[in-house]
Design a binder for this molecule. Structure first.
Ligand code: NAD
Length: 266
């Protein structure tokens, strides 16, 4: 059975990675989807989102989530086109950073503005529509890096920690209006974002170590996060709100020191 039949979803960051996987999965589950991104969707990313017969179930919108005027216009256009707004996934995001004493304030602003302010702006304008019908589900993309620090990750970690608390704040402010708000804390997921971070020989070594720290011994796939987003977006999670759902292949479960190997568990 399709779990989102008749639902209207808006997904930011829909041109790539996790956002794109969410748009595809939601379409396959019966939703119509407004895809919002600062970059145009290429032919590959439209596959499974835009129907063969044009785009009856998808609306492709370009907007920079840092810009309130563009966000308001995109959200209003989506709601007008499809008649309402039931689900929002905030997946637009950027990586980056560095050690604090060497970081330009502009780099800090870039990361925090996209990841945190962008999430705030999309929620703000989506809530206007959700409040009129007193229902809705918002799913924000945070990160395990919101829960644990990573070397050189100050701006990204702080932006994602902000997303977790913003999520909880929205959940308490709008719960009685029938609106659920949750976030996902993914571990390392193979997407264009992470491919760009580890795109050289030096970083490859760190890639292997980072992946090794996931207890499942592998990185995740965007589709595995889209499955979690589907759960949070759908009625299957009807009593879940204000939750930061960790989907990290065991990264934050604990540390390994080799005892498992001694016990023959590898
Ligand atoms: N890939 C991972 O390992 C991982 C882990 C934890 C959390 N996340 C988070 O998941 C989300 C998706 O990440 P991804 O790996 O799919 O990245 P990605 O780079 O593949 O996709 C991000 C999308 O966001 C869009 N975007 C960037 N800035 C934007 C802006 N200002 N306005 C509108 N759109 C903008 C990009 O154009 C791109 O299409 C991000 O918030 C990221 O921080 C990713």
């Amino acid at each position: 059975m399709e779990r989102l039949t008749g639902k209207v979803a808006l997904v930011t960051g829909a041109s790539s990675g996790i956002g794109n996987a969410c748009a595809r999965r939601f379409r396959s589950e019966g939703a119509v989807v407004a895809c919002v991104d600062v970059n145009e969707m290429d032919a590959a990313s439209r596959t499974g989102v835009v129907g063969d017969d044009g785009q009856p179930g998808a609306l492709l919108l370009m907007a920079d989530v840092r810009d309130e005027t563009q966000v308001a216009a995109a959200v209003d256009r989506a709601a007008a086109h499809f008649g309402r707004l039931d689900i929002v996934v905030n997946a637009a995001g950027v990586a980056g950073g560095g050690a604090v004493h060497m970081m330009d304030a502009a780099e800090w602003d870039r990361i925090v503005d996209v990841n945190l302010k962008g999430t705030f702006l999309v929620c703000k304008h989506a809530l206007r529509h959700m409040l009129t019908r007193r229902c809705g589900s918002i799913v924000n993309l945070a990160s395990i890096e919101a829960l644990e620090a990573t070397e050189g990750g100050s701006a990204y970690n702080a932006s994602k920690a902000g997303v977790v608390l913003l999520t909880k704040n929205l959940a308490i402010d709008y719960g009685r209006m029938g609106i659920r708000v949750n976030c996902i804390c993914p571990g390392f997921i193979e997407t264009p974002m992470t491919a760009a971070v580890f795109d050289n020989e030096t970083m490859r070594e760190y890639y292997d170590r980072f992946v090794e720290a996931h207890q499942l011994g592998r990185a995740g796939k965007p589709e595995e996060i889209a499955a979690v987003a589907l759960f949070l977006a759908s009625e299957e999670s009807s009593f879940v709100s204000g939750h930061a759902l960790v989907a990290d292949g065991g990264f934050t479960a604990g540390r390994r020191f080799g005892f498992a190997k001694m016990m023959g568990l590898e």
